[in-house]
Ligand binder design. Structure first.
Ligand code: PLP
Length: 370
């Protein structure tokens, strides 16, 4: 049986999502049409809006559906209208590449945003700003103190965007309690289809849309809604919410995985471990063995994990997140990411540990090698 431990790259589609997508695909209808078919499509979109809004603690009317997390991030980062844009150094490329003029706030060695540096950067220039800090890091699972980011931003009158793509379905997310103005989510990280996401606009201030044309999504995102994908996203959101307690339990398996990895190879590095983390993510460094070598060996053993950020796979350079945490280049190049999820079983952790132990022994790195 193949072992899939790459949920942070994309999660297997949940059966509820597949059923909702199939039902939507089997039914004609443009959600803007007035006849019964259009009204049926509209209902599917609005049901999904309620489910996704419920998962992240916003009002359904706050949500703008997009083609995914990347588009939602670009909409927020390009359309916010503030003079300055500040982003944390640990952000996903979908934020980092969205604006060439963004100023970068460094990370602490634990992998969360440096709050003092953020405060100082905002104090140094009084022009209106947008601060973008992710909720949970896709590589390390480190959870940022977004409520503190908001407090600091408010002190300086700045607007706050949060890329929460990795968090919903893994931890409880309440965007209103966090106090952010804009929040990005993506369907395929929680068991929905790829190519469906949303931007929550909590402060009601319009953004300059990236895509213009029809007046869909309150004129914030033109184009006929992708009804099957949105319906699948909604069904996955509802299922993920119901599954949150079980997912929280993944932390025990993740901790066992790390403890056994440490016992086997005391030199193993666990990046982000000092920070509060998602329950499902482990970023493991095996000094001296390149991540690509590890990923390929594990793949041959039937275990799927990724090196660095899988969203930009194929890259050979060290992860920018680990580099921003002060991890040495060579160590950053030897880190893999193991991410559990809703399909994971305890046996998957055993299968990973077996395959990883063979790799460790092959490279003469096992504690009992001498
Ligand atoms: N933001 C984060 C933190 C991510 O991990 C990803 C994907 O890995 C994205 C944004 C991009 O989302 P999407 O794949 O839906 O475009």
């Amino acid at each position: 049986m193949p072992v899939y431990l790459d949920h942070n790259a994309t999660a297997p589609v949940r059966p509820e999502a597949l059923a909702a997508m199939t039902a939507a695909l089997n039914q004609v209808g443009n959600a803007s049409s007035v006849h019964r078919y259009g009204r049926d499509a509209r209902r599917r979109v609005e049901d999904a809006r309620e489910a996704v809004a419920g998962l992240i603690g916003v009002r359904p009317g706050d949500l703008v559906f997009t083609s995914g997390g990347t588009e939602a991030n670009n909409t927020a980062l390009r359309g916010h209208g503030q003079a300055r844009t500040l982003v944390s150094a640990g952000e996903h490329e979908a934020v980092l590449q969205a604006r060439a003029d963004a100023e970068t706030i460094e990370l602490t060695p634990a992998g969360t945003v440096d709050l003092d540096a953020l405060d100082a950067a905002l104090a140094a220039d009084r022009r209106p700003a947008l601060v973008s800090v992710m909720l949970a890091n896709n590589e390390t699972g480190a959870i940022n103190p977004v409520d503190r980011v908001v407090e600091i931003a408010r002190k300086h009158g700045a607007r706050v965007h949060c890329d929460a793509v990795q968090a919903p379905g893994k931890i409880a997310v309440d965007a209103q309690a966090l106090g952010v103005d804009l929040l990005t989510v993506s369907g395929h990280k929680l068991g929905g289809p790829q190519g469906a996401g949303a931007l929550a606009v909590l402060d009601g201030r319009p953004l300059t849309p990236l895509v213009t044309g029809g007046g869909q999504e309150r004129k914030q995102r033109a184009g006929t809604e992708n009804v099957p994908a949105i319906a699948g996203f909604g069904a996955a959101a509802a299922a993920a919410q119901a599954d949150l307690d079980r997912i929280a339990g993944l932390a025990a398996w993740r901790d066992r995985l790390e403890a056994q990895a440490r016992a086997l190879c005391p030199q193993v590095q666990i990046h982000g471990a000092p920070a509060p983390r998602l329950p499902n993510t482990s970023c493991l460094g095996l000094p001296g063995v390149r991540a690509e070598t590890q990923v390929m060996a594990l793949d041959l053993a039937g275990v799927a994990v990724s090196s660095g950020a899988a969203c930009s796979s194929g890259k050979v350079h060290a992860s920018h997140v680990l580099r921003a945490m002060g991890v040495a280049e060579a160590d950053a190049e030897s880190a893999i990411r193991v991410s559990l999820g809703w399909t994971s079983a305890a046996a998957d952790v055993d299968a990973f540990l077996d395959a990883w132990a063979r790799l460790v022994r092959k490279h003469g790195l096992a504690a009992d090698a001498a």
